[in-house]
Design a protein around this ligand. Structure first.
Ligand code: HEM
Length: 419
């Protein structure tokens, strides 16, 4: 049963993020919650927080912990490689261990290092796009966004090009188990993939031990060589494996999906697409607007570590809280006319990269990839969907907004880059 307010249905029994209507289009739900029930008690008693300042608090305040989310997840997937590896991930750690891991890998994401990657990003965008631009059609997800994102996440970690296919395959098999309620088959496949991924990375770490490079694995090995006696949890090879796998998940599908969500927003708003074609200097603000308008990461979960009040609502220790960043990005108190996609919108820093001590380490890289992608995709002539709009579908996910595919067609380019 649903309550319908201004055509926006919210189930009377509480929000269920796996409801097919919500999966297709969560924004009417967010709009309703923001106006009527900003700290909402959903199904199974989970709290859904929607307003920008409250979402920021949940994402950044240590009273909302991640380690206790791990216990829930570990029980859900049961014993096996998934549990072994993900139990050590920084996403499920609180301080002091979280801060230590974050500090350790931070130099890999330094602004200087990211700036140095810029020409490389432009080069890979061109390498991927030129044959597609000449062909006149592509699936933005599998043929462009995914290989682009995979390349840079692997590059950062230190996975050589011959390892990319394996990383992609394992990631696809593991991803469903990191979301809500995976099926038994998904857990079996995820465990198998996690076992193979771990074996590969253990081998690669062994290679790097003797031959250090300028990559994340080498940075962590250098730290492992130092005296570990001051730490209650000394750094181990399995912690390196877990951190590397976490970064693969953090930086792969997120960018892939943001590229396709952005392209769909432009196709749905031809006036904004035309404006960008005429004024490419707006690409930077278009990237920010697309992250706000349709973020690839819609939510993050926490568990309350001490009784606390948020948005005037009492939450108790042990409660689950979902911070709906996708809703915060549509908070009318922060963004006037939030449902409008406007590439000229100024000062629209979205909540899409999180906040505080867990703010996305890859935000600079993600923005560079998105800008480079748009610089080349926007000029494609007569860009349109290559299927009915109603044929597009999203992966079933409580966290991510992830198009299954995005087939597009355009006038084949006779010159590259297209002008
Ligand atoms: C559009 C693309 C991206 C989005 C929307 C995104 C979003 C986020 C969000 C919301 C968080 C915070 C999670 C939390 O608070 O629990 C986060 C954390 C993180 N992201 Fe990203 N991300 C993106 C791309 C990337 C890339 C490209 C990388 C690296 C290659 C990356 C690496 C990380 C890491 C390592 C963290 C953990 C930070 C910590 O716990 O201290 N992300 N990301």
């Amino acid at each position: 049963m649903t309550i319908s307010v201004a055509g926006s249905p919210v189930p009377e029994t509480g929000l269920d993020p796996l409801d097919p209507d919500f999966q297709r289009d969560p924004y009417p739900f967010y709009d309703w919650l923001l106006r009527h029930d900003p700290v909402h008690r959903g199904q199974e008693g989970t709290w859904y927080v929607t307003r920008f300042p409250d979402v920021r608090t949940v994402m950044s305040d240590e009273r909302f912990g991640c380690a206790s989310v791990r216990d829930f997840w570990a029980e859900m997937v049961g014993p096996g490689a998934l549990q072994d590896v993900m139990s050590d991930t920084m996403f499920f750690e609180d301080n002091p261990h979280h801060a230590r891991l974050r500090k350790l890998i931070m130099p890999v994401f330094s602004p200087k290092r990211m700036r140095a990657m810029e020409p490389k990003i432009a080069h890979i965008v061109d390498e991927l796009l030129e044959p597609l631009a000449r062909r006149g059609h592509m699936d933005v997800v599998s043929e462009f966004g995914a290989p682009l994102a995979l390349h840079f996440v692997c590059n950062l970690i230190g996975v050589p090009p011959e390892g990319y296919d394996g990383v992609r395959r394992w990631s696809l098999d593991i991803a469903p188990t990191l979301d809500l309620v995976p099926s038994r088959e998904e857990i079996i496949r995820g465990n198998q993939a996690m076992g193979e991924f771990t074996e590969y990375l253990t081998w690669l770490i062994g290679q790097r031990r003797a031959d250090r490079r300028d990559d994340m694995i080498s940075v962590m090995l250098d730290e492992m060589d130092k005296d570990q006696s001051g730490y209650d949890r000394p750094l181990t090879t399995s912690m390196i494996v877990s951190t590397v796998i976490s970064v693969v998940f953090a930086g792969h599908d997120t960018v892939t999906n943001q590229v396709s969500n952005t392209m769909l927003a432009l196709i749905d708003h031809p006036d904004q697409h035309e404006l960008l074609r005429r004024r490419p200097e707006l690409i930077e603000s278009a990237v920010e607007e697309s992250l706000r308008y349709d973020s690839s990461v819609q939510s993050n979960s926490r568990r309350v570590d001490e009784d606390t009040v948020i948005g005037g609502v009492q939450l108790r220790k042990g409660d689950f809280v979902v911070a709906l960043m996708g809703a915060a990005n549509r908070d009318p108190d922060v963004y006037p006319d939030p449902g409008r996609f406007d590439v000229t919108r100024a000062g629209a820093h979205p909540m899409s990269f999180g906040a505080g001590m867990r703010f996305c380490l890859g935000a600079v890289l993600a923005r560079l990839e998105l800008r480079a992608a748009l610089t080349r995709l926007v000029p494609l002539a007569d860009l349109r969907l290559d299927c009915a709009r109603s044929d597009l579908s999203y992966q079933r996910s409580s966290m991510f907004r992830s198009l299954v595919d995005l087939p597009v067609r355009f006038t084949p380019a006779t010159h590259y880059p297209p002008a």
